[in-house]
Design a protein around this ligand. Structure first.
Ligand SMILES: [Zn+2]
Length: 116
């Protein structure tokens, strides 16, 4: 009888361990899937020296046109699309910019200068 009780205790421990392993496996699979999303992108430098992650050519399709994502958000595990303007890419999530070319600044007006 004592042997039976001991076997039941072992079985309960094994079931608990099995449950933990299933949980861990699920967590690792989710983590891997999140990481794999970013393998479709390559690091690219803009003419102004900033970095973006550009979708690799082999992944560009009619349903997924060429686009870039944010390198900063990627570090946080987030996939954030960049909007592309004439001077810069801009992340809609963290609001950081990756500059393509400098903005030409207009000379300041005299009224602003006289205030200094
Ligand atoms: Zn971002």
């Amino acid at each position: 009888m004592e042997k039976l009780a001991s076997s039941q205790t072992d079985l309960v421990a094994l079931l608990a361990e099995n449950h933990e392993l299933i949980d861990e496996n699920r967590r690792l699979r989710e983590k891997l899937q999140k990481t794999e999303r970013f393998e479709r992108y390559r690091l690219e430098q803009t003419p102004m020296g900033d970095f973006i992650l550009q979708l690799k050519d082999k992944h560009v399709t009619d349903e997924e046109p060429t686009h870039a994502i944010c390198t900063y958000c990627r570090e946080e595990g987030k996939l954030s699309y960049l909007s592309e303007g004439s001077h810069r890419y801009r992340c809609r999530t963290c609001l950081r910019s990756a500059w393509i070319k400098p903005v030409e600044r207009r000379p300041r007006s005299r009224t602003v200068r006289s205030g200094i």
